[in-house]
Design a protein around this ligand. Structure first.
Ligand SMILES: [Zn+2]
Length: 175
């Protein structure tokens, strides 16, 4: 999955940070600034305060999606609820972002030919991630280093990224 015209980055798998966005306090300018610095603008626009309404609309849909997840267990892992009605409710999202979904055919040496959905904006990417993760019942966890939610794919990872892992290890060595 990739985002459109904003900050250029791409991800092959759904990303769990939509849960961080769902919980973010959008009344705080520095929280929005931090989110833009790390992930880009939700609708791939230049960061302006006037776009706050857009952010809130996107957040509202992701708050509904987050209802599918139960509170973290003793290991800090938050799973999709077994309540089917709640899952159904949480997976029906409005898609307020502009544009339609595109599908890119990828041809990679490692993975072979496949279909890769292309999200036109960060908002849509987060919504696609949310729906797919709920559907696949992907567990989530907060990163021990940065506190952002991330998708637990197969391992018992405690960091969201290689960057957070090495930052944490640097701190441990320094301690
Ligand atoms: Zn992290």
């Amino acid at each position: 999955m990739t985002t459109g015209t904003g900050q250029a980055w791409e991800a092959r798998r759904p990303q769990g940070f939509w849960r961080t966005f769902a919980e973010a306090d959008l009344s705080k300018a520095d929280i929005i600034k931090g989110f833009i610095a790390r992930y880009g603008d939700v609708n791939s626009k230049l960061p302006e305060r006037s776009a706050l309404k857009d952010w809130q609309e996107v957040q509202d849909t992701l708050k509904v999606a987050a209802l599918a997840y139960v509170a973290p267990d003793a290991n800090g892992v938050s799973h999709v609820t077994t309540d089917k009605a709640l899952v159904d409710h949480a997976s029906v999202l409005g898609f307020p972002g502009e544009g339609t979904l595109h599908f890119d055919v990828t041809n990679e040496v490692v993975r072979g030919v496949g279909i890769c959905p292309r999200a036109p904006s960060l908002a849509t990417f987060m919504q696609m991630s949310a729906v797919q993760m709920i559907f696949e019942r992907t567990p989530t966890r907060r990163c021990d280093e940065c506190g952002h939610w991330f998708a637990l794919e197969t391992t018992r990872a405690i960091y969201c990224s290689a960057a957070c892992k090495s930052a944490a290890h640097r701190k441990m060595r320094a301690a």
